[in-house]
Write a protein that binds this ligand. Structure first.
Ligand code: ADP
Length: 369
């Protein structure tokens, strides 16, 4: 598969008055394949939008270069910046960027009108774009008279009308209610299948990214943490950050003394196997549905049920392990009551080093901006 969007050593540094230099994007190397849906995922301030803006051509690069469909479009060393309108991209942003004083037809026709496409072709192509976004019949209506979902469809129709090879979507669904978000996800995928464009999808919502992406990049504080398929990222995270960011997890601080593991605040051994070379203070991570709750003492950690919470499709228990509270989810048939004695077993936990204080300080600084 050909690489359609290539970022080579792309860096962006913003100089701010109060906080000095902020490396918003630190040496990003990304190759997005033709026809792929590729998400940028990460918490606020991690550099997603800046990366997208550089691809779109709204932002210059402090270092590195960007290639779109085999053509160099940005290069800091060559001082080359092809303007956004010449990059052949479709774009949809979070705010419904539709013009309120123009009808649906005129909104969608706009990119063709500025390219001086002839009137009959405009009519034909707008009709097609409206058909594919379920807006046929609303040509003469003004966006203000339509729902949020319909307004975002106008933005989608306007993006596909030019037949772009690459579509940049920046949190396009975040102003919609949850049900509509789900429907629109399917619609975007269906449009992609029909037109065959490559998508870059920016979101801070992990379940949305998981549902829509072929591959995702998870980033944090201007750095790429991991790039892989949703399934691999979930099952084989390469860091505590990625583990924590995708799905729920329980992290327990432990100390490895010799061949035994003790949870913080307890003298009772936690019977889990220790990877080679691991010692001292560590963190073990397990998903809530991978912790077994039993009445059997064999290999279990003895504790009690602190709280039982009945959720619609499962039961959740809060159980102290040392001085930490662990969340366990079970099918309803596994039944304990508050204060019952129980044993917990951690199934194949993943080990990480303890928190790095410098990283915590850097995150706090960024959240101030
Ligand atoms: P995200 O889209 O992941 O929320 P951004 O790409 O918007 O993150 O921002 C990344 C970092 O760059 C943040 O620390 C942000 O404050 C900073 N930043 C973004 N734009 C500017 C700007 N124009 N001037 C200064 N700092 C900026």
């Amino acid at each position: 598969m050909a690489d359609q969007i290539v970022l080579r050593n792309v860096t962006k540094i913003f100089t701010t008055k109060t906080l000095g230099d902020i490396t918003a994007v630190d040496n990003f190397n990304i190759s997005v394949h033709e026809g792929e849906c590729f998400s940028f995922l990460g918490p606020s301030g991690c550099g997603k939008s800046t990366t997208l803006r550089m691809i779109a051509g709204f932002e210059d690069l402090t270092a590195g270069e960007i290639e779109l469909c085999g053509k160099l479009v940005s290069s800091s060393s060559k001082k080359l910046y092809i303007p956004p309108e010449e990059r052949g991209l479709g774009m949809v942003f979070q705010a419904f960027a539709v013009w309120p004083h123009m009808t649906v037809f005129d909104n969608v026709a706009f990119p063709l009108a500025i390219k001086k496409v002839n009137k009959s072709e405009i009519k034909e192509r707008v009709a097609q774009a409206l058909k594919h976004t379920s807006l046929t019949g609303l040509e003469g209506v003004y966006p203000g008279e339509l729902s949020g979902g319909q307004q975002q469809r106008i933005a989608l129709a306007r993006a596909i009308v030019t037949n772009p090879k690459v579509m940049l979507l920046d949190e396009p669904l975040s102003n919609l209610d949850p049900k509509l978000r789900e429907t629109m996800r399917f619609e975007i995928k269906a449009l992609q299948k029909k037109f065959g464009f490559t998508i870059i999808f920016v979101t801070h919502d992990q379940s949305e990214a998981m549902a829509i992406s072929d591959r995702m990049m998870v980033c944090d504080m201007g750095k790429i943490m991991q790039i892989d398929t949703p399934e691999n990222l979930y099952n084989h995270p390469n860091s505590r950050f990625v583990h924590n960011f995708l799905g729920e997890s329980t992290f327990i601080n432990v100390e490895v003394k010799g061949d035994k593991v003790y949870p913080k605040g307890s003298n009772q051994e936690l019977k889990i196997s220790i990877p080679k070379g691991v010692k001292g203070k560590m963190v073990v991570a397990t998903r809530p549905n991978e912790i077994e709750l039993t009445t059997s003492s064999e290999d279990g950690f003895r504790t009690h049920i602190e709280k039982r919470i009945f959720l619609t499709d499962r039961t959740e228990y809060l159980v102290p392990v040392g001085d930490q509270m662990v969340k366990i989810q079970t099918p309803h048939r596994i039944r304990f009551n508050a204060q019952d004695e129980c044993y917990v077993k951690f199934i194949e936990p993943i080990w990480y080093p303890e928190d790095d204080e410098a990283a915590v300080a850097e995150r706090n600084k960024r959240q101030l901006i």
